[in-house]
Design a protein around this ligand. Structure first.
Ligand SMILES: [Zn+2]
Ligand SMILES: [Zn+2]
Length: 371
């Protein structure tokens, strides 16, 4: 664990060079900032208290296997709790607070804060800051869950060591002006340790006792449930940065992974998400089969509580797929399968005959500068 990561620092500028090359025309929100090379060598310092907590939690989870719940009601409560706290991460912390992919009225915002508190991860202000830095500086020293450091680090190891100084430096610089002074988020941050504990473990234990289950079973069982949810969420940073396809951009590490899409209730389409982070679906997919979190946002949109849901026009997706995808997307396959005589389908629609070409979308029109 005391590995020296100065070699990772050297890769930093190269990675940003690739990104700059990729952001020339689509509305892609990758960064042009340059993460400076670390001047001093970085040695990971273990946070022993976090290591002990992690060992305790995993030990409890293992022990809970031998203490099955006696009542189906407590099992049902556990499942409901897992899903709701999952939405607290995917819909609330991720899609709403970090990426601002839709707007919420006050009741929905309060509900989302409650869901996120039930997830007992980090206060939203910290969660969103780290995740914005992750998107802006993916796979550099400034990336809190830098996947270049291997599966374990990006999965949970990053929580067991002190942050790289570059993560802290960029974390202070990242734009949090929309969230920083929010009184509800400040309140949540202040009381998160207590509220998170009560929300995640306390309430389900009380509900379980009310159902007749004994305390010991509930304590270990709820820790088991908490850890399962955490590992599902962590898979987005580890599995979906290592294994899977890259239909939208083959030059970045995030991948599309059906497995992660399933376990993280819709957050597995990570190659798409890093290319188009403002899409409320975090995926191109229609339907809810691999993306349960989208159904929650659509439900609140139907109620009128969620508004201004942002997504990406098909034409922009198609252009990006054909320009930088790895060839696994149906648009790319369609291109490959067409024979050379089918010029109409084969050519890239980025080629216009001039101003006024019918294929020139209103989106394209925006880039035209009239002097
Ligand atoms: Zn994200
Ligand atoms: Zn990512």
């Amino acid at each position: 664990m005391g590995r020296n990561f100065s070699e990772d620092s050297v890769l930093t500028k190269q990675r940003n060079g690739v990104k700059e090359k990729n952001t020339n025309e689509d509305s892609i929100t990758e960064t042009n900032d340059v993460v400076e090379k670390s001047t001093t060598e970085y040695k990971m310092e273990i946070k022993w208290i976090n290591v002990l907590v992690a060992i305790y939690l995993h030990g409890c989870a293992f022990y809970s296997i031998f203490l099955p719940m006696k009542y189906w009601k407590t099992v049902a409560i556990g499942w409901i709790y897992s899903i709701i706290s999952g939405f607290g991460t995917t819909v609330a912390a991720h899609r709403y607070f970090t990426h601002r992919t839709f707007k919420a009225n006050k009741p929905l915002k309060i509900l989302l804060i409650i869901f996120q508190t039930m997830a007992a991860q980090e206060p939203i202000l910290h969660w969103a800051r780290d995740h914005r830095v992750h998107h802006k500086f993916t796979d550099t020293d400034a990336d809190p869950y830098n996947s270049r450091r291997g599966f374990f680090f990006s999965h949970m190891g990053w929580l067991l060591v002190k942050k790289h100084p570059e993560v802290i430096r960029q974390g202070k610089k990242i734009d949090m002006s929309d969230l920083r002074d929010d009184p509800m988020l400040k309140f949540q941050k202040r009381w998160y340790a207590i509220l998170g504990f009560l929300g995640n473990i306390g309430v389900p234990i009380l509900l379980g006792l009310w159902c007749g289950e004994d305390f010991k079973t509930l304590w270990y069982g709820n820790i088991y449930r908490y850890l399962i949810v955490l590992h599902c969420v962590w898979c987005v940073n580890s599995v979906a940065h290592i294994w899977g396809t890259k239909p939208y951009d083959k030059d970045i590490s995030p991948t599309d992974s059906r497995f992660v899409g399933f376990v993280a209730i819709g957050e597995g389409w990570h190659n798409y998400h890093h290319v188009f982070p403002w899409d409320y679906k975090t995926a191109e997919l229609p339907g809810y089969r691999w993306n349960l979190s989208t159904s929650v946002i659509d439900f609140f949109a139907w109620l009128g509580w969620a508004t201004e849901l942002k997504t990406v026009p098909d034409e922009i997706i198609r252009k990006r797929v054909l320009r930088t995808g790895d060839g696994s997307h149906p648009y790319s396959i369609e291109m490959q399968n067409n024979n050379n005589n089918n010029f109409d389908k084969l050519r890239d629609t980025e080629h216009f005959w001039g101003f006024g070409d019918q294929e020139m979308t209103t989106e394209d029109m925006k880039y035209v500068k009239v002097l």
